[in-house]
Write a protein that binds this ligand. Structure first.
Ligand SMILES: [Fe+2]
Length: 231
């Protein structure tokens, strides 16, 4: 993954979501990402109001703890934090109140929505985000397998300026065959702008060493303009 330089999607701050359980687990994951060749990490705790009530304060103070631990271990890696915003009523409220959102870089905001069923409000929220000058980055579009039969939704999202982020593990079959097929479809369309690990745990870290990734990454970089190195 050294060609990507930066990873921009992970769950490395302990205790904030379903990612690293404690600081020891965080450091193990960070060491693993360094071994894969990453030089910069932008970690993205969930903000999903029904389950993970994170705010810029909880995330940035968690980042501080993480940076201190990394420094104590003398690990040479740059770490930043943003968030993975689940598009729910809470995000709507943040936008209505014009509360500042945590960007990946510049005005880019990482977003996700339900993997179980389509929601009509997604496009409205993304439109409101764009109106406030943000650039939404849709996390793992290939994981919304219910879009298999309504792929034009992807065209619509690209049409309103949404960037797409591939989960690298989608190339390995980790999330199932439909997700891998959708990832290959979106690669062929040239729709991806970013690639991320979405790393939560050590099992996923091991899968990032899968040999199938080399070939998948080559296809990705041949067909899409990936901008991780510009973050
Ligand atoms: Fe994630």
């Amino acid at each position: 993954m050294s060609i990507l330089g930066a990873d921009m999607h992970s769950h490395l701050i302990p205790g904030l979501d379903d990612g690293a359980k404690d600081i020891v687990a965080s450091l193990d994951l960070i060491k693993g990402l360094m071994d894969l060749g990453y030089k910069k990490l932008i970690t993205t705790p969930h903000i999903l109001w029904d389950m993970y009530k994170n705010t810029p304060e909880t995330i940035l103070s968690g980042l501080e703890r993480l940076r201190n631990a990394v420094q104590l271990e003398k690990m040479a890696i740059e770490i930043h934090a943003a968030a993975e915003y689940f598009l729910d009523d809470h995000v709507n409220e943040l936008l209505n109140k014009k509360e500042p959102l945590l960007p990946l870089s510049g005005k880019m905001i990482l977003v996700e929505f339900s993997m179980a069923f389509p929601s009509l409000s997604i496009k409205n929220i993304l439109f409101d985000m764009a109106m406030q000058g943000y650039q939404p980055v849709l996390a793992h579009p290939e994981r919304y397998v219910y879009l298999e039969n309504t792929k034009s939704f992807y065209d619509e999202l690209k049409g309103i300026g949404c960037l797409f982020q591939l989960n690298l593990l989608s190339l390995t079959g980790y999330y199932g065959r439909s997700t891998t097929e959708l990832a290959n479809y979106l690669i062929k369309k040239g729709y991806y702008d970013l690639a991320g690990t979405d790393l939560h745990n050590i099992q996923q870290l091991q899968r990032l060493h899968d040999s199938s990734l080399t070939n998948g990454m080559k296809k990705l970089l041949d067909s899409c303009s990936i901008i991780n190195s510009q973050l």
